[in-house]
Design a protein around this ligand. Structure first.
Ligand code: KIV
Length: 254
């Protein structure tokens, strides 16, 4: 097994696994040097870096460009490339695109979907590429579902999330993200799950670890902040102040 994947799996049940997104070299290098376990080159790139309203505008070309930047900045952490919408519609297409992403220097790929993506995930893991699954709320379905809605509110939804976890695990994923599921569901899935669960908007202390979009966690996208996200720094405010100080420092020649 890949050493970085083994190191993450060894943390299950012992110490929380920390994952954050990054999209460029300096940020990835800062995260790596600060001790993060996993860095996700998320397709949230489309929203917090490229200014699109959702992640459905992100293409393989965008991801390849940013994955290469992140991979160059990281020595220690496990780097995961998000597979953009329609890059994994069939097992063959998914494997070909996973290989292109791995060629940028990342260590693993992530894709959205549960039982419906079991064959797709198996095609990638069978080729020796580590996969992180993503179940619960799937942001790539925002247009189909008409918004972002919490999952696991009914017994039927909770059972479907459990079945999704089982399918993703059967297909060979080493980890899975659980997004915006009721916290009791996230905790039950984590108890039943042999691989590393990573929560986002699924309650604190319910999963083996957590992931946040870096811009949400660091206050670098002050125009929108998901309700569940905690801000650990105010980068946007620091830049605004720095720019004002710079403008005020300028002088004309005497
Ligand atoms: O694209 C992304 O950043 C993600 C995380 C929110 C899990 O998928």
């Amino acid at each position: 097994m890949n050493e970085k994947v083994a190191a993450v799996l060894a943390k299950k049940g012992r110490t929380p696994v920390a994952e954050l997104t990054a999209y460029d070299y300096p940020t990835a290098r800062l995260l790596d040097e600060a001790g993060i376990d996993m860095i996700l080159v998320g397709d949230s790139l489309g929203m917090v870096v490229m200014g699109y309203p959702d992640t459905t505008h992100v293409t393989m070309e965008h991801m390849l460009h940013h994955c290469a930047m992140v991979a160059r900045g990281v020595k220690r952490a496990l780097v995961i490339a998000d597979m953009p919408i329609h890059s994994f519609d069939t097992p063959e297409q998914a494997l070909a695109n996973a290989r292109r992403l791995m060629d940028t220097g990342v260590d693993a790929v992530k894709l959205e979907g549960g039982a419906d993506k079991e064959e797709v995930i198996r095609a990638i893991t069978s080729a020796g590429i580590p996969v992180q699954g993503h179940i619960g709320l799937l942001p790539q379905k925002v247009l189909e579902e008409g918004g972002y809605h919490m999952k696991g509110k009914t017994d039927a939804e909770a059972a479907a999330i459990m079945r999704d976890m089982e399918a993703v695990v059967r297909a060979g994923a080493f980890s899975l993200v659980m997004e915006c599921t009721k916290s009791a569901v996230a905790a039950a899935v984590t108890r039943a799950c042999p691989v590393v669960t990573i929560g986002i908007g699924a309650g604190h202390g319910t999963c083996d670890g957590e992931v946040l979009v870096l811009h949400d966690a660091m206050g670098a996208f002050p125009w929108f902040m998901p309700k569940f996200a905690t801000q650990f720094a105010q980068v946007g405010a620091a830049i605004t102040q720095g720019v004002r100080d710079y403008i005020a420092s300028l002088r004309l020649p005497e």
